[in-house]
Structures are given as C-alpha cells and as structure tokens.
Design a protein. Structure first.
Lengths: 268, 277
C-alpha cells in the first residue's frame, strides 16, 4: 500500500521557515568566519588579546587534556590487549595505541574536551556581553567586536588545539606504556619500538590537520552562538548548551569526512 | 557647509528581525545642533530603538537617517566609525565592560584609538572621573560599583572623546530619586559647560523636566545651578512622545502641557505603563 502523504500548507510553511532560518544561520556563521579571517589582514590587530586567549585555551586546558589523553591511552591498552593476546600479538599493543591516538582519538577527544571547556565559555562570555549591551557599547566606542573578540579567539584556537592534541597523543602513549609495562608485563623497548615504528609522515599529517579544523569549529561555533544570543540570562544558558552540542556534532561529522579525504588523497 | 542639524529622521520604519510588527512607523524629526531633545513613551514604544538607529547599531527598513549631515541609513560598519566618533552613548544599566577596571572603561576609546601614553591617559581619565564625581574610583572594577556609580562611569566613558552629541538611554531608570537627580545634573553640566547636543530617552517625567528646566554656569571657580520655573522661557529643548512606534507629540514643554492628545495626557498623568511622574 502506498502511503498517502498530504503536505498541508501549514507543514510546508513551517518546514520552509525552518529551512530559511537554518540557511540564514549558515550564512551568518560563514560571514562571521570570513570577517574574522579578513580582519587579520588589516589594522588594528589585537596581539595582547590573542596571547591572552592562547593562554586561556592552551594553558587553561592542560589538565583536562592531559588527563583525557592519559586515561584514553591506558584504557586503549587494557581493552586491546585481550584481543591482541588471542592472536599472540601482544607486542603490537604499542602500535595500536600510537596510531589510534595519533590518527583518531587524540584529535577528536581533545577537541571534544576543549569544546566543553572553552567553546561553552566563549558562548557564555560573549552571550553575557550581548545581553548586557557590552557589544553595542563596544561598537558605539568605535571598536569592531569581531576584530577584537572573535579574531583573537580564532587564531588562538587554531594554534593551540594542535599543540594540545600533540600533548594528548604523547601522554596517551605514555599511559598505554604504563599499563603495558606494569599490567601486561611488556618490555619497554618492545612497546616503544612498536609504537614509534608504526608512525608514518601521513599519520602525522592527519593528526595535525584535524585539530586545525576542530580548533576553528570550536571557536567559530562558540563565538557565533554567543554573539547571536537573545532572551537575557536564559538565552545565555541556551547559547552555552547549543555551542557544545553543535560543536561536538560538527567535530564528529567533520572527522568522518576529513578521514575520507585524507585517506583518499594523502595516504599511499 | 556646516550641518545645522545634529540628527534628522525622515519617514523611518524599523522592525526587529523575526518581528512582523514595526517597532518604529514613519518616524520623522530633526534635532538641532546644541539642542536637547527628550524622547518620552511607555515601555516598548520604540524610544531606545531610535538611539540604536542613530548609532548605526541597527539599520532602518526604509527612510533616511542623517547624523551630522551624513546619511547613515545604509552605511557599513567601517564607514560608520567616523560618525560614531562624534557620538557618545550612555546605555541602560551602564553597559560597562566587566573585565576592565573603571579607568580602563572610561579610557577605552582613548586607549583603542588615540594611543595616549600612560601619563596622559591617567591624567585624562582622572579628569573625566573627577567630572562625574568618582575621582577615587580609578582602580575599582564595575562589580564594586552601585547602580548610580555605574551610570556615572558610563557618562564619563561617553564623554571621553569629547563628542558633540550624547545619547542617554534611560540613564536614571532603577535609581533612587537622589541618585537619579545626580545623573540629571551631569547631563545638564555636559550640555551647558561642554556644549553637547543631548538626546535623553526616558519614561521618568520628573527627570526629563529637571534636565530641561535646570541650567548650570561657572561662577567664582564653582558651579551654580539654577532652575527656571516659567516653562514659557524654555526654548532650547524639545519633547517627542512615542506611542507604539509613532510620534504622537513633538514640541516644547509648554506645548506638551497644553497638548490635548489623549496619550500625552495619560502619560503626563502617569497612567501609561512605564510612565513615572
């Protein structure tokens, strides 16, 4: 039986409005990103604010990223050892940990953690500035909020996320080593040889390109959600939540497409 | 030729995004250089929207807005910057930057655009804080300030770059009468001593009349305030009354009192939500 679907004008109208709103949001998001990047090529540039943001994003996220990397490496070793043992491949656990961390878990988990800590903070801070008219005050004083607030955060995010990811990868491999050494009784040289020998240049490329893109996503989404806040303090809460949800979904979906692209064009 | 009008609105319509109703409908008025205009109206009548349009923070749907002789109706953000350099704005609740000190708030524009050295910056900011009676608050943060002090810092910030036009958005709302009166005296000081064109948006009639009827002059090294009770003598100030986005009255205080427009009568009697006698 063929379902008889009737699209009423109301349904079409609601759907049309939803599509229009999403397209308008996409346009505004793209314009924000473009304006932020374009502002880098003309004065004034806010280097002090950029350094402050690098400190906030980078140094401020050290603990959370280190712990995430450490425990991810440790649990990866524990989980994979049983499977590898079944094939007598326990010495390859280092390879398993290093490639998983470098290519996938390091970039994605670091981005998700930073999104929760930094992206939400940016949305809350900028959202509060919007509802208390501080953004309007900034513009009335002749200062471009995108140049002063968004561009420094974007540069900081794009620079610091790869740095944090490298740290997370390294700590993850150390975490894997600790479990391999003291629980699995694997010789250190066996673990490190397997772990480091497996890493190729294209793996490093993948491990560094992803956080660059994720850094941009976290900051752009956080700033966009913050600057489009409406509805007072309740709106600030909603923007904060939305920034984490949207950034997380974008990170995971972009990760898939980046994998496809890099595997297709970079890997031999 | 030098413009004679500080602000000119011609048939301006404006609707906030996502709102089908117009917030401002066919609004036209002129404000002369050096004049004082009080914009009255109940909550949601579009008073603050006019100030945002003057600053170019929002763009009109249709109509023309000129500020200092420049048509700003369709200007982009960068082209608006020179226009904004001639305008100061005192926002509702002050809109001070929480992360900066009082001095950094007041001197924000000086630091961003004028690139003053530290000594000159301190001297200018101290003078501005002294003008609003907060000379001892240089290193405080906005969270340490009361509502009235925040508004005074906001006034100091608005006058930091010596603008010819200052917009006041409900500067006395939520303040006790004495503190509100202090803010009104500041507005009068700026108008009479610095020659600033003033646009005051308020729903507090008492404060509106205080600004219009009070004058200040320097005498023997001090300031002397005087109040003119005969409103027939007040020629430099105008009132605009807004009702649901339309101008229902425009004229001097004496005409306001004589107006038989029902909304104006109700407003003067304090019967409109948001109007305070």
């Amino acid at each position: 039986m063929v379902a008889n679907i009737c699209y009423s004008p109301l349904v079409l109208g609601v759907t049309g409005n939803w599509v229009k709103e999403r397209l308008a949001a996409l346009q505004a998001f793209s314009k924000l990103s473009f304006d932020a990047f374009a502002s880098l090529f003309s004065k004034p540039r806010y280097w002090r604010e950029t350094l402050e943001q690098m400190d906030s994003i980078g140094v401020g996220s050290l603990t959370i990223v280190t712990l995430t990397g450490l425990f991810t490496g440790m649990v990866l070793t524990v989980q994979s050892s049983a499977t590898l043992d079944a094939f007598g491949a326990r010495p390859y656990v280092g390879r398993m940990v290093s490639l998983s961390m470098l290519r996938e878990l390091g970039p994605v988990l670091t981005a998700l953690m930073v999104s929760g800590r930094v992206g939400s903070g940016m949305a809350a801070e900028l959202g509060s500035m919007v509802v208390t008219q501080q953004i309007d005050a900034l513009r009335s004083l002749g200062t471009d909020p995108i140049r002063k607030l968004v561009a420094p955060r974007m540069i900081a995010g794009i620079i610091m996320l790869p740095v944090l990811t490298v740290l997370s990868n390294a700590v993850g491999m150390v975490g894997g080593f600790l479990v391999a050494r003291f629980t699995l009784r694997l010789a250190p040289s066996l673990y490190w040889h397997s772990a480091l020998d497996a890493i190729k240049l294209h793996d490093l490329f993948m491990g560094l390109v992803k956080p660059l893109v994720f850094g941009y996503i976290i900051v752009a989404v956080g700033c966009y959600q913050g600057l489009t806040t409406t509805g007072g303090t309740r709106g600030v809460g909603e923007s904060t939540t939305q920034s984490v949800v949207v950034a997380s979904v974008l990170i995971l979906s972009t990760d898939y497409f980046l994998n496809l692209l890099i595997l297709r064009f970079v890997y031999p | 030729m030098m413009p004679t009008l500080a602000i000119s609105f011609q048939n301006v319509f404006y609707a906030y995004p996502g709102n089908e109703d117009y917030t401002l409908k066919d609004v036209s008025f002129d404000i002369a250089l050096g004049g004082t205009v009080i914009i009255l109206g109940g909550s949601g009548s579009g008073k603050s929207t006019i100030l945002k349009l003057v600053l170019g923070l929002i763009k009109p749907e249709s109509g023309v807005i000129e500020v200092g002789g420049v048509d700003i109706s369709r200007l982009g953000e960068s082209a608006l910057m020179p226009v904004r350099s001639g305008i100061g704005m005192v926002f509702q609740e002050g809109a001070l930057f929480d992360s900066l000190s009082v001095a950094e708030n007041v001197g924000f524009r000086l630091r961003e655009h004028d690139k003053l050295d530290e000594e000159e910056f301190e001297e200018r900011v101290s003078r501005l804080l002294g003008f609003v009676g907060l000379g001892d608050f240089y290193d405080r943060t906005p969270s340490d300030l009361s509502g009235g002090q925040r508004r005074r810092v906001s006034v100091a910030r608005a006058m930091a770059h010596s603008p010819g036009l200052i917009l006041y958005d409900e500067p006395t709302t939520g303040l006790d009468p004495i503190t509100g009166s202090t803010i009104c005296d500041l507005i009068v000081k700026l108008r009479d001593l610095e020659g600033v064109t003033s646009v005051l948006v308020t729903h507090q009639l008492r404060d509106a009349f205080q600004v219009v009827q009070t004058f200040v002059m320097r005498k023997n090294g001090g300031l002397v305030y005087s109040r003119i009770e005969d409103v027939e003598l007040l020629v430099g100030s105008e009132f605009i009354v807004l009702k649901e986005g339309r101008i229902v009255f425009s004229g001097r205080q004496t005409e306001l009192f004589r107006s038989d427009e029902p909304y104006v009568r109700k407003f003067l009697d304090g019967q409109i939500p948001g109007s305070v006698n």
